[in-house]
Design a binder for this molecule. Sequence first.
Ligand code: GLY
Length: 576
Amino acid sequence: MAANNKAKLSIAGLAFAGLVSISAAFLEATPVYAKGPAKQPAVLSASAIAVADKYSADAAEQIFKEGGNAVDAAVAIAFTLAVTYPEAGNIGGGGFMTLYVNGKPYFIDYRERAPLAATRTMYLDEQGNVIKGKSLFGYYAVGVPGTVAGMWEAQRRFGRLQWKQVLAPAIHYARDGFVVDEQLEQRRDNAAKDFEGKTNFDTYFGAMKAGETFKQPDLAAVLTRIANHGAKEFYDGKTADLIAASMQGHGLITKRDLHDYRAVWRQPVEANWNGYRVITAPPPSSGGVGLVQLLKMKADLKQDFNGVKLNSPQYIHLMAEIEKRVFADRAQYLGDPDFYKVPVAQLTDDAYLAKRAAEVNPDAPSDTKSVQPGLGTSMPEKAETTHFSVIDKWGNAVSNTYTINGYFGSGVVAQGTGIVLNDEMDDFASKPGVPNMFGVVGSDANAIEPKKRPLSSMTPTILTKDGKVSLVIGTPGGSRIFTTIFQVVNNVYDFNMPLKDAVAAMRFHHQLLPPNAIFWEPYAPIDGDLAKQIEAKGYVLQGQNFNGDVQAIKIDGDTPNPVSDPRGRGVTRVIQ
Ligand code: GLY
């Protein structure tokens, strides 16, 4: 992976403007720092993290103590979670990282790509019907992983420590083991039922037991090779050989797919809202566009929201009306920008959103069929994934969401590596161009094509005010990701709630389809009178197990205040 030149970066600019394709360009950026601890003065009282488990928190703490910055800590967290949070942390998947470094926003897209042999109809039978489970479980479901390339790019561009240093905690937990949490065992048990007879999942994770130390020697060997030889080991070395050998005769990924994989620096989506600068994920995520649309439309409906109590029936109705329109746009316009010209500027334009907000019916749910353009897919999106937020005392922030899609991804573990491979191919539209249940043709924007990245909802987000970081936030949750972030941001900034309460508060979700369905969660249920009043408005209540696991940090003055969602096993630390 050679050093960058300026010409390549200017190609990236043109590509973002939709003038050329960058699907084949490898945009390695010039490192910003000579390696070595930071020397500039601190601007915050401490560094802070909000992460999915305590091992990754320990890893981050070690990295900060060694003089690392937010990017070093983030990369150490990502590799550690691949070991200690194997249901969603990963090196066999992909994700997005939003960064704010030295007062400037950045974004790296390391989303998985479809293999070269992928076809538009690969999940359909001879009658053109979707083959149940084929994009979800087993070898065929796997996209070409991007996490190692993304971490390599971010760390070499912005990290202060040596690459080996940031890999060290993950290698330790893989080699020497970590104590398994009950939640992890439970998630393993649930996932194993789906994988039974289809994958080698049990060989690697069958013995994992709550309360006992679990070691992963194959994974330790992979991480050691990556530490010694860099990302190219994963994409061109022994690890690539082992992944390709595992796939042979079962799935599509070849050595060529791995060799060709590239992470891409993209322009984040940015918007002014409520005195803040929102910096968030661009396509191939739908999340950043969705979040900006939600925030701006709610601001446009200030009169309608005036005096409406948080999470009251009227509040839930107005929020659902906004969400209906956002999900209609998502289904029609969002996809991989290297393959499809996504109209980001138009979709987040103030005048456009004011017009959309004016369509909201304050009294009753708008008829689902009338919400144009494009009615969304009713395919349920996997809700798992994981997020972490980091800020260092120099004011640099990382918001990172990454995924193998469902818990334990496809259930395939690349033989001899311990790497859990994703089922991200399920995030493509398996059957575009075919009328859905409402007789509306779904979008081609997210159809399967070789090297294309499937549409995501991951929304790693940073809010700044006057050039300083104010909030770092993200969550897992599939299509619930950006409605979750929307609700927490509203709770903090519109309702002045402390971040802890804002994260813990009840969350609900609407996504156009099923018609007028409001999803609620067991953690803080919509029940009793509230449930009856929502139903009386014409909504159908639908239970769900999961509505996110937010990891967020709010900066008050010069003090970072991290919060982990009480719904998960996340951990926060403030590190001097
Ligand atoms: N696989 C979940 C997402 O990308 O949003």
